[in-house]
Design a protein around this ligand. Structure first.
Ligand code: FAD
Ligand code: FES
Length: 351
């Protein structure tokens, strides 16, 4: 018998004697960040940034392949005994010497994961990690002039870029309700003092919302600048319209934290046939939220239709894509993205 076959037989034997826990579960207890394990990370520190935002320092396991500035990582966190997955932009530079990565999270009202991470996460906690991904990254060719247009927690991917790459001419317009709500404010002001960035802060509580059609008053040459924008849908929708209206849409790169358009439709009874649960769902709430609320184990990732981490068979009935209004009807092999699909009448989801 070859040594590989022997190892495999020994492993099977171990699996039998350790049931219901598997040997990998025991190994996780002693060496959770080992190379062959599912990718994990250990929270090593939590640094408050503002009253409702904190930076989480994570040591990724051995399988971590690094990231490109501006990308995000999906993390799986246990909140009240339920594993929930969310996406967070990486805020640390790509060449951080100690191998750790950081994400910076803003707690949103009623947000399960964001409040847990900002207010309750403890150093030593293990989380699940995916490899970094996302195409909100700097272009290969270095633009001569750059504009960063951000609001609220939308500053996070851009901070990852600022910490990684210097430009001769970089301008940032950042919106937050008040000065004390500006995440990374001290660091941004240091960059300004060192002439690495020109910054305009728009404090929306006192200045009002940024009127994108008057951007030229803050940045006269905005249309010549390669622009990376991240923030709430209202800001990004207005930016896309403005850049398109001036025929320079190819210079605008955007990152959204939530799906854009919401097209509501009919409500209905949703059956999660594997879990044996049936609940009423309105025609506007994603089936992912409906399932989680009902205590059904729902896979997920970005929660905005980009990662396909939530795809699930639709066994019966019909669902509506909340971004387009398109209806998908059940037939053998049909998969739906539960994070951007709502009930369109009664339906049965295989979870
Ligand atoms: C590519 C990508 C990168 C991201 N990067 C970051 C980041 O760097 N920092 C960060 O703080 N967040 C980031 N997010 C958002 C993050 O993934 C979560 O959506 C956010 O933390 C809310 O999760 P939650 O569990 O706290 O809220 P949930 O419990 O899922 O939702 C609670 C309520 O808030 C609403 N809601 C959900 N998400 C948002 C949101 N983003 N803004 C406003 N309301 C919302 C829900 O509809 C619901 O009503 C990113 C998202 C994506 C897709
Ligand atoms: S969770 Fe990413 S596509 Fe649905």
């Amino acid at each position: 018998m070859t040594s590989a076959a022997l190892r495999s037989r020994a492993w099977k034997l171990l699996e039998m004697v350790t049931t219901p826990l598997l040997p990998s579960d025991y190994l996780d207890l002693v060496s959770p960040l080992r190379a062959s394990a599912d990718l994990r990370g250990r929270i090593e520190a939590v640094h408050p940034e503002t009253g409702d935002a904190a930076t989480i320092v994570i040591r990724p396991g051995r399988g971590w392949r690094g990231h490109t500035a501006g990308q995000y990582v999906r993390i799986g966190v246990d909140v009240d005994g339920v594993r929930l997955w969310r996406a967070y932009s990486i805020t640390s530079p790509t060449n951080r010497r100690d191998g750790r990565v950081t994400i910076t999270v803003k707690a949103i009202p009623d947000g399960k994961v964001s409040n847990h991470l900002v207010r309750r996460a403890k150093p030593g906690t293990l989380i699940q990690l995916d490899q970094s991904t996302g195409d909100f990254v700097l272009s290969q060719a270095r633009p001569a002039k750059v504009l960063y247009l951000t609001a609220g927690s939308g500053i996070t991917p851009v901070m990852g870029m600022l910490r990684d790459t210097e430009f001769d001419d970089a301008v940032m317009v950042h919106c937050a309700p008040r000065p004390q709500d500006v995440i990374f404010r001290d660091e941004l002001h240091d960059l300004v003092a060192n002439k690495k960035l020109r910054l305009t802060e728009v404090h929306t509580d006192s200045d009002g919302m940024l009127d994108i059609t008057r951007l030229h008053e803050l940045v006269p040459d905005w249309a010549e600048r390669e622009t990376w924008a991240c923030g709430p849908a209202g800001l990004l929708d207005a930016a896309e319209e403005h850049w398109t209206g001036h025929g320079v849409q190819e210079r605008l790169h955007t990152e959204r934290f939530r799906p854009g358009i919401v097209v509501a439709g009919d409500d209905g009874e949703v059956t999660f046939s594997v879990s044996g649960k049936t609940v009423h769902a309105d025609g506007a709430t994603p089936l992912l939220d409906i399932g989680e609320e009902a205590g059904v184990l729902m896979p997920s990732g970005c929660r905005m239709g980009i990662c396909f981490g939530c795809v699930t068979p639709l066994k019966a009935g019909a669902v509506r894509d909340l971004r387009t209004g398109e209806i998908t009807e059940a037939e053998p092999g049909v998969l739906i993205q539960t994070c951007v699909s709502a009930a369109a009448g009664p339906c049965d989801i295989e979870r």
